[in-house]
Design a protein. Structure first.
Length: 368
């Protein structure tokens, strides 16, 4: 669909939109071809629309992959050894978590990917494609599993590939994926600000409402559409990528921010439910700040750790450091271990649902 300057065209899935803008030689309905598979001298195709590069980058890419995998193995080994050495203390804390607590935490954790999906759909719609709930869930949830693979762009690549089968320009899906990651880090960092004094002071009563005010003011400034769009344009230029088809609207930025905040609060409350079960005597307000803001801060920091998938070790360690101001280390360890398990379980569950729909509608496997 062609639109004039300044207009917002909407591309419905299944509508013939003409050649994929990411490939000048692509015809409607073409399957995305991996340039690496077609040309052995081209490597690291990167995001849809990115020009592949030659030779030297192949070695660097492989080195980084080896480093990431090695670092992940070291982290998981260290965590396993620590749990084994302290298992008696940790297991006693796990026994305090009833099935009602675990069920409640699971439901709250399940809300996070759903809220994030809703924000992702808002961004996609604002850039011109209104995707129904079922295909959107399939593309988003299956693609999300890419965060568990060492590397930095597998989630975006998987979503772009599946979106291409729905006749959505792959570059658009890729850009929305990058924007979602950026806005998730931004909102998580802002929500995490109230946990900073607890992290620095290492005291149970380390909290001030001024940090909440700072978070609100900083969030309003950073999510101001004009400033955000300027930052996005600057970032895309630095990455040598095409600019957005048009600037994000204020309504889309606001609504996406609301959904992403909802995702952070939902997982934070799940952490709070777990933490309350092992630290019943802790102050409710302090525990709430440590759980919600602490989880958001730790997760945002984990998203910056490009060398390990899904922030493994970084998020868990930082969250434990924050929680230990209110409970024994064994209790904090039990909370972060269960929280991580529930997050992985939720990701697998929603991905399975998305995969089932995708297989039935030929978004996965060989094209129909």
């Amino acid at each position: 669909m062609t639109t004039g300057p300044g207009t917002r065209g909407e591309d419905a899935p299944g509508r013939d939109q003409g050649p994929d803008p990411m490939r000048a030689d692509a015809a409607p309905g073409d399957h995305l071809v991996d340039p690496v598979a077609e040309r052995g001298d081209l490597v690291d195709a990167g995001l849809p629309g990115e020009v592949p590069v030659r030779g030297g980058r192949r070695g660097r890419s492989r080195v980084f992959d080896v480093v990431r995998i090695g670092l992940l193995v070291v982290i998981l080994t260290a965590v396993g050894v620590a749990l084994w050495r302290n298992w008696d203390a940790v297991s006693s804390e796990l026994d305090k978590m009833s099935w009602q607590v675990l069920a409640g935490a699971f439901v709250l954790t399940f809300g996070a990917p759903v809220f994030t999906l809703l924000g992702w759909r808002v961004l996609l719609a604002d850039l011109g494609t209104r995707l129904p709930a079922a295909p959107a869930a399939s593309v988003f949830f299956v693609g999300q599993l890419g965060k568990y693979v060492p590397g930095s762009v597998w989630t975006v690549l998987a979503q772009a590939e599946m979106g291409g089968r729905l006749r959505i320009p792959r570059r658009r899906v890729a850009v929305v994926g990058l924007l979602s990651i950026g806005l998730a880090v931004l909102t998580g960092s802002v929500i995490g600000i109230p946990a900073i004094p607890r992290l620095l002071a290492r005291e149970e009563s380390a909290f001030s409402w001024w940090w909440v005010v700072l978070a609100l003011v900083l969030g309003a400034v950073l999510l101001w559409p004009r400033l955000l769009n300027a930052a996005i344009a600057r970032g895309l230029r630095l990455l040598r990528r095409e600019l957005l088809e048009h600037e994000l609207s204020g309504g889309a930025v606001l609504l996406t921010g609301v959904w992403f905040v909802g995702a952070w609060v939902s997982t934070g409350l799940a952490t709070f439910v777990l933490a309350r079960s092992v630290a019943p005597d802790a102050s409710t307000s302090d525990l709430l700040v440590a759980s919600v803001s602490g989880f958001a801060l730790a997760s945002a920091a984990g998203m910056f750790s490009v060398f390990v998938p899904a922030g493994a070790g970084v998020r868990d360690g930082l969250l434990a450091v924050i929680l230990v101001t209110l409970m024994p280390l064994s209790a904090a360890t039990a909370v972060v271990v269960v929280a991580r398990f529930l997050a992985i379980l939720t990701d697998l569950l929603v991905a399975a649902l998305g995969w089932t729909w995708g297989r039935r509608h030929h978004l996965l496997g060989s094209a129909a």
